[in-house]
Design a protein around this ligand. Structure first.
Ligand code: 5RP
Length: 223
């Protein structure tokens, strides 16, 4: 099976977590796009969605799904999103699609985080994937130096040769060379650095379930 087929498989499998009549939290990325396409078949059966990015909002609306502002909804039963890496405890690296801040916000509103991923995303330790960190531009250079003190190398993410601007009007640093042995402690530390908007370690908002697409079908990991 190709990676694209695995993403389709797991995107469809996630429908089992969507309760009719509910508002569902929706992440961002190519795997989530498969979930959104599958959710389109349930458009008439759900109340709507809270979305983690402009791109997901547009895809949901194109399928006739109502998108609610996060502030209009107190609690979500479920948030469904992909990951760049997920470990055996449900801790993740996210933000490859630059939507990490809103992803973490919507995840925090949900009782359950269902991560949908193909098997290439399952790791024993986080950190091989460059860690995305959303930063306020005036702090970017100092934050890069703080990562250097931890052994990391931070690169400003570019799009068409200029700094990528997130949905929140900020920049992204991608950090390589880190060893994230304690995801909770790491997330706390980086969150405390002035100018960090969001670090792409999802430890406090870890997955409760991971639907993992493999060549032998979808496996369910619970944490
Ligand atoms: C976007 C994300 C995505 O969930 C993550 O990058 C995985 O994306 P994909 O499903 O395309 O591999 O965090 O900010």
């Amino acid at each position: 099976m190709t990676q694209d087929e695995l993403k389709t498989l797991v995107g469809q499998a996630a429908l089992q977590y969507v309760q009719p009549g509910s508002i569902v939290g929706v992440g961002t990325g190519s795997t989530v796009n498969k979930f959104i396409d599958a959710l389109g078949t349930m458009a008439g059966q759900i109340k709507g969605a809270v979305s983690s990015s402009i791109v997901s909002t547009e895809r949901l609306q194109a399928l006739g799904i109502t998108v609610f502002d996060a502030t209009a909804v107190d609690e979500l039963a479920v948030y469904i999103d992909g990951a760049d890496e997920i470990d055996h405890a449900g801790y993740m690296i996210k933000g490859g699609g630059a939507a990490l801040t809103r992803e973490k916000i919507v995840a925090a509103q949900a009782r359950q985080f269902v991560c949908i991923a193909d098997e290439s995303k399952l790791v024993t330790a986080l950190g091989a994937f460059p860690l995305p960190v959303e930063v306020i531009p005036m702090a970017a250079k100092r934050i890069a130096r703080q990562f250097a003190a931890l052994g990391g190398v931070a690169a400003l993410r570019l799009k068409s040769g200029v700094p990528l601007v997130t949905d929140n009007g900020q920049h992204i640093l991608d950090v390589t060379g880190l060893k994230i042995v304690d995801p909770l402690a790491f997330e706390s530390t980086v969150n405390n650095w002035p100018g960090v908007v969001c670090v792409g370690v999802f430890a406090f908002q870890k997955a409760s379930v991971c639907l993992l697409a493999t060549g032998a079908g979808v496996k369910t990991l619970t944490f």
